[in-house]
Structure formats: C-alpha cells, structure tokens
Design a protein around this ligand. Structure first.
Ligand SMILES: Cc1cc2nc3c(=O)[nH]c(=O)nc-3n(C[C@H](O)[C@H](O)[C@H](O)COP(=O)(O)OP(=O)(O)OC[C@H]3O[C@@H](n4cnc5c(N)ncnc54)[C@H](O)[C@@H]3O)c2cc1C
Length: 143
C-alpha cells in the first residue's frame, strides 16, 4: 500500500538535457556519460521513471530530432521502421496496414491519442515492459 502522506517526488532539478541531431552524435554523448544518461523518445515511460526515482541518472538525451530515426519505408522486401516513429504514425501508415496488419492492430488499441502522438516504437521496445503492445507483432514479423 502507498503511504500517501509520506509519498514525495524526488528532487530532479539537476537534470540536464541534450538534443543531438544525428545518431553518431547521440552515441558519442551516451558513451561519454555512461551510467548517468538515458535515451529519451517521447518520454511517456521515462518521465514516470524520473519522477518515481526509478531513473537515477541526470542526463536526458532526446533523440526525437534525429531524422535518421524517422520514417517507415519498404526496402528489399522488408519494412524498415525508424525507432523514433510514433505509435500514431504506425497506426496511420498505409505500409504498416498493408504489410504488417498485426502491428497496425496493436497500434490501434494502444493508449489514447496524446500518448500515441508522443510514444515511439523505440521507446516501447526500450522500456521492455512485458505488456508492451508492439512486442508480439514485432516478434511475429521477425523484427
Ligand atoms: C497513460 C499511458 C498509457 C500507456 N498505454 C500503453 C499501451 O496501451 N500499450 C503500451 O505498450 N504501452 C503503453 N504505455 C507506455 C508507453 O507509452 C510506451 O511504452 C511508449 O511506446 C514508450 O515510448 P516513448 O518514446 O515515450 O519512450 P521513453 O519514455 O522516451 O523511453 C522508454 C525507455 O526506452 C528507452 N528508449 C527510448 N527511445 C529509445 C531508442 N530510440 N533506442 C533505445 N532505447 C530507447 C529509454 O531510455 C527508456 O528506457 C502507456 C503509458 C502511459 C503514460
């Protein structure tokens, strides 16, 4: 049971924020700050971990501005989905609907619009919750 009277949000005012423009830049920042940095997609899981004290680092590396991590395309008979693609983009993608209908169905049942607009497939995999909705279709399609 949660003791409501003694529940407090940890002081995270020292948190730093970086927004690299390329994967190479992100990897460099992460390598230089091992143990204190976390990759941030939409932040829909990470913000909760931060406020609860589960995330103990002090550097957020926001990858949502990296063009290389965006987009859904077909390449050599495979569908390539960037880690930064949001759940709503998956839900609306004609390629996903046509080639990966189970993933489209999972995206369709995923949370509400606000979370779908922020949350990414990379973050869903990265968070690795057993209940992650993109995991079963990703396994099904050999992702
Ligand atoms: C109200 C609410 C409803 C939700 N409903 C659902 C639901 O119906 N189904 C469901 O499956 N989930 C649900 N979630 C959980 C969450 O929205 C998803 O897991 C979402 O896909 C996380 O994506 P994100 O980009 O916000 O990840 P973030 O919170 O940014 O990151 C999550 C984790 O993944 C890592 N990460 C992020 N991006 C990358 C990357 N590119 N490469 C490697 N690691 C990365 C981060 O370091 C962190 O450890 C819900 C959450 C909330 C708050």
């Amino acid at each position: 049971m949660i003791d409501v009277m003694n529940f407090h949000i940890p002081d995270r005012s020292g948190i730093q924020y970086r927004q690299p423009a390329t994967v190479a830049e992100a990897v460099k920042i992460l390598a230089e700050n091992k143990g204190r940095a976390a990759i941030m997609g939409g932040g829909t899981d990470l913000m909760i971990d931060l406020r609860s004290g589960e995330f103990k680092g002090d550097l957020l590396v926001d990858v949502t501005g990296i063009a290389e991590l965006q987009g859904i395309r077909e390449e050599n008979g495979r569908v390539v989905i960037g880690a930064g693609v949001t759940i709503e983009e998956l839900r609306q993608s004609p390629i996903v609907k046509d080639k990966l209908p189970a993933l489209a169905a999972a995206a369709d049942k995923f949370a509400g619009l606000q979370i779908r607009n922020r949350g990414t497939i990379g973050g869903n995999v990265g968070h690795a919750a057993p209940c992650g909705d993109t995991h079963p279709p990703s396994i099904l399609y050999d992702g």
